[in-house]
Write a new protein. Structure first.
Length: 273
């Protein structure tokens, strides 16, 4: 008889998607980035989600028993009758496609992103040895910058939010090479980072960081990525959890650099025409 946390259950845990679609359906899903649409019998699209790995993400929906889920998620899984998916070239593209579908279809089980969020851009500037980073809302009407405004700006561009969260963590790791994961500020650990963060750099590190940072936005991301996570720094103490976390954030920064490259190419084509 199955049991959960020491308690015997009279019936097996209810897993609606597994019972409805079968193991073969989930086994045949692509291990690729993309978006997925959960649809009801006659209600159209109920929920839109995105995934770095569609098979793994939908497999989580399949395997999680409904008795451990919030009521709203239980209602969703019990209502799903069809699942469609759309492949994307990378996670950043999937994130953008998810936002577009949510805004267009407004599925009733999606609560985040149903209304368009104000576009944001990355801004930064130095105050002595302090680097000030911010996700800034793009104003509808922007006046010329004041002469004393020495901040630089990039965006809006796809993949900015996850890249911002990733670079905050990577800079923090670089400035605290001996720190354990639990020592990182709690607000930096999640996918939704603060919209502003300042770093106090040792004066000796500024000359190495600043040109790499500028080169990243000019189409040469490799020096910054190597500086943020040098080979000798990777899991020097054997902490595999920290290593996986850092490598994942480095992947996000690489994907963001690819988005910037595509944006530059698009702008070049517009200028040429």
């Amino acid at each position: 008889m199955p049991h959960l946390q020491g308690q015997h259950l009279l019936l097996p845990p209810h897993r609606p998607l597994s019972e409805r679609f079968g193991a073969a359906f989930f086994r045949d899903l692509p291990e690729s980035p993309g978006v997925y649409l959960m649809c009801g019998e006659g209600d159209g699209v109920l929920y839109v989600g995105k995934a770095r790995n569609l098979r793994r993400r939908l497999g989580t929906h399949r395997s999680t028993p409904t008795d451990v889920l919030p009521r709203k998620q239980r209602r969703l899984l019990q209502s799903v009758r069809r699942i469609y998916w759309d492949l994307c070239p990378d996670e950043a593209a999937a994130d953008q496609r998810e936002r577009e579908l949510i805004r267009t279809l407004q599925p009733r089980f999606n609560t985040v992103g149903v209304r368009p969020a104000a576009p944001r851009r990355l801004t930064w500037g130095w105050r002595g040895t302090r680097l000030e980073l911010e996700l800034e809302e793009v104003p509808e009407l922007e006046w010329p910058a004041a002469a004393e405004d020495d901040r630089r700006r990039v965006g809006p561009v796809s993949g900015l939010r996850p890249a911002f969260a990733a670079v905050l963590r990577l800079i923090w790791w670089r400035l605290h090479p001996e720190a354990m994961p639990q020592e990182m500020p709690t607000c930096l650990r999640g996918e939704r980072s603060p919209e502003r963060w300042d770093f106090d750099f040792p004066a000796a590190m500024m000359p190495a960081f600043d040109p790499h940072w500028m080169a990243f936005f000019c189409g040469t991301p490799e020096p910054l990525l190597a500086w943020l996570l040098p080979a000798e720094f990777v899991s020097a103490d054997g902490n595999r959890f920290r290593q996986r976390w850092q490598e994942r954030d480095l992947e996000r920064m690489t994907e963001f650099a690819e988005c910037l490259s595509r944006r530059r190419a698009t702008n070049s084509q517009k200028d040429a025409s």
